[in-house]
Design a protein around this ligand. Structure first.
Ligand SMILES: Cc1ncc(COP(=O)(O)O)c(C=O)c1O
Length: 385
C-alpha cells in the first residue's frame, strides 16, 4: 500500500465515548455535557415538525444546489445567491478550502491556540503553516500579518475564537482584512458568531463584496441545535464558490439538513432568545467564578475558558476530577492552553453543578494523583471540538 505521505503527520479525530459509557464507567446518573460547545437545547419545535413531514421523501437524492435554502439565506443576508456555498458542516467547507488553496509548497497562517481542524487541513494538504501564538489569549493581528509570506495562500481567523471566546470587533478586524495581501484567502470562521452580544457586532456577510479574498464560514451546529445533522455555509466571492463547487460531492448536504436549516432561519425570535439565555448564563458563571477567586477569559461565545491554577489539585487533573463529579469539560492541556479548562455554557442547573464542583475542588487540599479512574483520563474521554 502506498499511503499518501502527508498522513504520517495526521492523527485520526478522537471521538469521545458515548454518554452512556461515561455514566456506566463513573456510576453517574447524569452527565452535564459541557465539552463540545453544543447548546443544551434541540432544534426549534417548528424544525422538528418540518423534519417529521420530510421523512417520507428520503428515497430521493437531495437538492444538490440547496436552492430553497440558498434563496432564503441570500435574501436574509443581502448577498447574491452565487456568493453562497453549503457544506456537510462547516468542517467540510474548511477541508474543501484546504484542498482548493493549499498543497505542497504553499503556506497557511493560523492562530494558536484555536480550532484543532485548522492545523489538520494544512497538514492534510502537505502545506507548511505558521501557528501564530495568541498574546494574553487575545489575537496578535500584527504578528499574524508579519507571518504572511509570498506563498501564504490561506489565513484563518476564528471569531469569536475557540477555545478562548475572544472576540475581534469590526473596527479592528476590517482594517486587518484590508491589510492582508489580495492573493491570500482569509477564512473568517464565525461558528460562534450568533452568540456575540457585543454592541459592536456587525453583519460581516457584505464585507465579501469589498474583499474577494474573504471567505466567511457559519454553521447550524451551534445556536440552532443542529450539530447532529451536519450543515454549514460559506459566503465568498463567486470565483471561490465556483472552485469549491468543483470539488465538493454533488449531494454533500442531506435533505433533512437543508429543511432544518431553512426552518431554523425562519425563527429569528428563537435565535435571539437563545443568544440572550447563553449570554445571561455566561455572565452569571463568570461572576460566580470570580467570587470564588477563579478567573475566566472574557468570552462572546457559548463557552468559557476557566483558569484552574488556583484549585487544590494540579491543573492537568481538573477535567478528570470534574468528570468524576458528572461534568464533562475540555481540558486546556489537550488544546495547548495549560492551566485552563474550556466549559460550554449549558443549562442553569448544569452551571450550578459546575460551580459547586469548582468550589469543591478549590477546597481540596493538594493530594497525590489518583484521578485516573479505570485507566481513562478526561482527555481521552473528551471529544475534540
Ligand atoms: C471554530 C469552529 N469552527 C467550525 C466548527 C465545526 O462546525 P461544524 O459542526 O459546522 O462542522 C467548530 C466545531 O466545534 C468550531 O469550533
Amino acid at each position: 500500500m502506498r499511503l499518501n505521505p502527508v498522513l504520517e503527520k495526521l492523527t485520526p479525530y478522537r471521538a469521545g465515548p458515548q454518554m452512556a459509557d461515561i455514566r456506566r464507567r463513573y456510576r453517574l446518573e447524569r452527565v452535564a455535557r459541557l465539552s463540545a460547545n453544543e447548546v443544551p437545547w434541540g432544534p426549534f419545535p417548528e424544525v422538528v415538525d418540518a423534519l417529521k413531514t420530510a421523512l417520507d421523501g428520503l428515497n430521493w437524492y437531495p437538492d444538490g444546489g440547496c436552492s430553497e435554502l440558498r434563496g432564503f439565506v441570500a435574501e436574509h443576508l443581502g448577498v447574491s445567491e452565487d456568493r453562497l456555498v453549503f457544506g456537510n458542516g462547516s468542517c467540510e467547507l474548511l477541508m474543501l478550502l484546504g484542498q482548493t488553496f493549499l498543497g505542497p509548497g504553499r503556506h497557511a497562517v493560523l492562530p494558536h491556540p484555536s480550532f484543532v481542524m485548522y492545523r489538520s487541513i494544512a497538514l492534510a494538504q502537505g502545506a507548511s503553516f505558521a501557528a501564530v501564538p495568541l498574546k494574553d489569549l487575545e489575537y496578535d493581528l500584527e504578528a499574524m500579518l508579519e507571518a504572511v509570506r509570498d506563498d501564504t495562500s490561506l489565513l484563518i481567523i476564528c471569531n469569536p475564537n475557540n477555545p478562548t471566546g475572544a472576540y475581534l470587533e469590526p473596527r479592528v478586524l476590517r482594517p486587518f482584512i484590508a491589510a492582508v495581501p489580495e492573493d491570500t484567502v482569509i477564512v473568517l470562521d464565525e461558528a460562534y458568531g450568533e452568540f456575540v452580544t457585543s454592541p459592536t457586532w456587525e453583519e460581516s456577510a457584505r464585507w465579501t463584496a469589498d474583499h474577494p479574498n474573504l471567505v466567511i464560514l457559519r454553521t447550524f451546529s451551534k445556536i440552532y441545535g443542529l450539530a447532529g445533522l451536519r450543515i454549514g455555509y460559506g459566503i465568498a466571492d463567486p470565483q471561490v464558490v465556483d472552485a469549491l463547487d468543483k470539488i465538493r460531492q454533488p449531494f454533500n448536504v442531506d435533505a433533512l439538513a437543508q429543511i432544518a436549516a431553512l426552518e431554523s432561519l425562519r425563527h429569528p425570535e428563537r435565535i435571539e432568545e437563545r443568544r440572550q439565555k447563553v449570554a445571561a448564563e455566561r455572565a452569571r458563571l463568570t461572576l460566580r467564578l470570580r467570587d470564588m477567586g477563579i478567573a475566566c477569559h472574557p468570552s462572546q461565545a457559548n463557552f468559557l475558558l476557566v483558569d484552574v491554577t488556583r484549585l487544590g489539585i494540579p491543573g492537568p487533573e481538573v477535567a478528570q476530577a470534574l468528570l468524576e463529579r458528572g461534568i464533562l469539560t475540555r481540558s486546556g492541556y489537550a488544546m495547548d492552553c495549560p492551566g485552563w479548562i474550556r466549559v460550554t455554557i449549558g443549562e442553569v442547573e448544569e452551571g450550578d453543578l459546575f460551580l459547586a464542583a469548582m468550589d469543591d475542588l478549590r477546597r481540596v487540599q493538594a493530594a497525590p494523583a489518583e484521578h485516573l479512574v479505570n485507566g481513562l483520563s478526561a482527555e481521552a474521554l473528551s471529544p475534540e471540538s
